[in-house]
Write a protein that binds this ligand. Structure first.
Ligand code: C5P
Length: 225
């Protein structure tokens, strides 16, 4: 008899809705693995910018993606052995990541790599298309959102905590532009799947959202252990 694959909790939604904090909190409570798929797109964007590639050249970008030497070590991301965690969070990379994410070849090249994170006892994955494309059979799908203002504020605090410069007006504008680009693109656009549960984190502390997600997951497990 074929054993069923490890369970997945997919947490999708727009940028800075708190997906990473919530996903890591849920993964920590359940002892599950964690996939930050945005970091993969960001790492591809950095590698592409460093190689001087044209961000619309699909063949070149697919090649960079397939040959990407990126590792995740807890919160740190390494590219070719170099710690790039801080650089990946800059607005320059945020914007380039959302551009290369619209290239079909990049998404295809990342598909199997993302699925490789699905290991026992389970996985919590955050991104834009975790429930719709990468793990359509996820046990629980969450669409986590918040107002653009709350998201800009969250990103502002994250950058300040890291000792980086930030400007609220520019952040809000960037969030609006990225939302638009992520939602209207032809491949894997950001949208809530019909079977995803909508959660709004505006004004809700991350800990409370983690509790909500854990309760929803418990319910699913009870329905089909
Ligand atoms: O989640 P994060 O903001 O770090 O992602 C950076 C960019 O990567 C997003 O704006 C989006 O364009 C892209 N992305 C994506 N699909 C994912 C994760 C991220 O298209 N699953």
């Amino acid at each position: 008899m074929e054993s069923s694959p490890p369970p997945v909790i997919a947490i999708d939604g727009p940028s800075a809705a708190g997906k990473g904090t919530v996903a890591q909190g849920v993964a920590g409570k359940l002892g599950f693995h964690y996939l930050n798929s945005g970091a993969l797109y960001r790492a591809v964007a950095l590698a592409a910018l460093e190689s001087g590639a044209d961000l619309e050249n699909e063949a070149k970008l697919s090649d960079i993606t397939l040959n990407l030497k990126a590792n995740f070590d807890r919160d740190a991301v390494k590219l070719e052995g170099r710690d790039v965690t801080g650089v990946l969070m800059t607005e320059r990379i945020s914007s380039a990541a959302s551009r290369i994410a619209a290239v079909a070849g990049v998404r295809t090249a990342l598909l199997e790599r993302q699925r490789g994170f699905r290991l026992p006892p389970g996985l919590v994955a955050d991104g834009r298309d975790m429930g719709s494309v990468v793990f359509p059979d996820a046990r629980l799908k969450i669409f986590l959102t918040a107002s653009p203002e709350a998201r800009a504020e969250r990103r502002y605090k994250q950058l300040m905590d890291k000792g980086m410069n930030a400007n609220m007006t520019a952040l809000l504008q960037d969030i609006r532009e990225r939302d638009k680009r992520d939602s209207v693109r032809a491949v894997a656009p950001l949208k809530k799947c019909a079977d995803a549960v909508l959660l709004d984190s505006t004004g809700v502390p991350a800990g409370a959202v983690v509790t909500q997600v854990l309760a929803l997951y418990e319910e699913r497990v009870k329905m089909a252990p």
